[in-house]
Design a protein around this ligand. Structure first.
Ligand code: ARG
Length: 459
């Protein structure tokens, strides 16, 4: 038998393979709540404008609530023959209320319907991402406050560079996640326009009120062009782009946690709650959550590229290719929220190993720049020459197998006569970080200012 929704011109129903490739109900059932909210808003508008009798609309709106509770309670039987969530809901509405159900689709198409549902869904995910990011930022600020003056090595090329503070390192990620948050908010604001009422592609001759449905669904305004409304998915792509950048930040931090929790580094101890053991090696405690965050990022990037590829060749307006937009976004959103929550949990629970951070901070000639800066300030040497002298001192220490502060004054003088006892005052890691008071620098005093600012912002 042909499809009850569009089968008028068909003598035969679809082949089983056609049904399988065509149906989206397996995944777009996740749009049920949005679909029903959209339909209820559309129906209310049809009554308000006199397009459909208000008794029929009353029955439609009530019936839709019944359908929603059936879905919520897991009592709804989804049908592949009915293709997608839109037709599944409408068919069930017809079972429940009979003939008036057939009036719901007046002045509407599945094209504006799905565009509306999907925008509502992605908009909710923006809100969820915002929550997840804020929670993670708070956890990082708590770590930063606790460790505003714990010293650790700062790296470039993963080689010891200069000492930094733990708090400064934590706040670096707060800045990144704050930009992710701001990007998500921008994307949300841009996507918050209603496609509903664009109908199939050209608008409709019925005297609909698109402002009314836009308002009812919390959109700022109706989209201005019906062709654009049904055929673009840039809102989903923006979400995926924001998600990708955020995931990239999560992945870099995850990579650091994997390194930091290794026996060779021992910078942090991750909590048992976010680690796993090995089935053969009894001593193992693995940073699986961090590793999985690092891996999930690949899926999110993949979703972004996949949807770009789906969209790039489509002439206006709707093409069925666009049904392939949803799974990518569902998967990316699920994994982003999970990654944010797992990262927040790890950060909240992780314990910095302060003595080991300090030991590492002092190794690798990390205060060589401080020495060079001292030569500039106290002996008037040009920085380039000071750099050269310090390099020679590092070479000497390396030859002796000791650190810079272990060289004697005589040994220092053998490299550069004007050096005095005072040089030993700048070779310690605490002096080093305390001296870096430039705006945005790692000095504990600066970090505490930034912690205060973030606590203020994050409440
Ligand atoms: N299931 C479809 C989708 O997700 C709904 C829109 C169908 N529109 C159409 N003209 N066939 O894109």
């Amino acid at each position: 038998t042909s499809n009850q929704m569009w089968g008028g011109r068909f003598a035969a129903g679809p082949d089983a393979i056609m049904e399988a490739i065509n149906a989206s109900i397996g995944f777009d059932k996740r749009l049920a709540a949005q679909d029903i909210a959209g339909s209820r808003a559309h129906a209310a508008m049809l009554a308000a404008t006199g397009i459909v009798d208000s008794n029929d609309v009353e029955a439609i709106r009530e019936g839709l609530l019944t359908v929603l509770s059936e879905i919520d309670e897991g009592r709804f039987v989804f049908s592949t023959a009915l293709e997608d969530i839109h037709m599944n809901v409408e068919a069930r509405l017809k079972d429940l209320i009979g003939a008036p159900a057939g009036r719901l689709h007046t002045a509407r198409s599945r094209n504006d319907q799905v565009a509306t549902d999907f925008r509502l869904w992605v908009r909710d995910q923006c809100d969820a991402a915002e929550e997840g990011l804020l929670a993670l930022m708070r956890a990082l600020v708590t770590q930063a406050e606790a460790g505003a003056d714990w010293v650790m090595p700062g790296f470039t090329h993963l080689q010891t560079a200069q000492p930094v503070t733990w708090g400064h390192h934590m706040l670096a990620y707060v800045e990144m996640f704050a930009r992710d948050l701001s990007r998500i908010r921008d994307a949300r604001a841009r996507m918050n326009e209603s496609p509903l009422g664009a109908a199939a592609l050209a608008g409709t001759g019925f005297p609909i009120d698109r402002h009314m449905t836009a308002d009812a669904l919390g959109f700022d305004r109706p989209m201005a062009n019906s062709l654009d409304a049904v055929s673009d998915r840039d809102f989903a792509l923006e979400f995926l782009s924001c998600a990708s950048i955020c995931a990239m930040h999560l992945s870099r931090f995850a990579e650091e946690l994997v390194i930091w929790s290794s026996a060779q580094f021992r910078f942090v101890t991750l909590s048992d709650r976010f680690s796993t053991g090995s089935s053969i090696m009894p001593q193992k405690k693995n940073p699986d959550a961090a590793e999985l965050i690092r891996a999930k990022v690949g899926r999110i990037f993949g979703a972004n590229v996949a949807l770009m590829m789906v969209m790039k060749g489509l002439p206006l307006a709707y093409s069925k290719d666009m049904q392939e937009d949803k799974e990518q976004v569902f998967d990316a959103a699920d994994n982003l929220m999970l990654a944010l929550a797992a990262m927040e949990g790890m950060v909240r629970d992780m314990a910095a190993n302060v003595p080991s951070l300090e030991r590492a901070a002092a190794s690798g000639f990390s205060t060589a720049t401080d020495l060079a800066d001292w030569l500039v300030r106290d002996t008037g040497l040009p920085f380039r020459d000071a750099h050269h002298v310090t390099g020679a001192l590092v070479a000497l220490a390396e030859k002796k197998g000791c650190d810079l502060p272990d060289l004697t004054l005589d040994e220092m003088k053998s490299v550069h006569e004007p050096i005095t006892e005072a040089v030993f005052g700048v070779l310690g890691v605490h002096n080093s970080v305390a001296s870096r008071t430039s705006f945005g620098g790692t000095a504990p005093a600066r970090v505490r200012e930034q912690v205060a600012r973030w606590k203020d912002t994050l409440g």
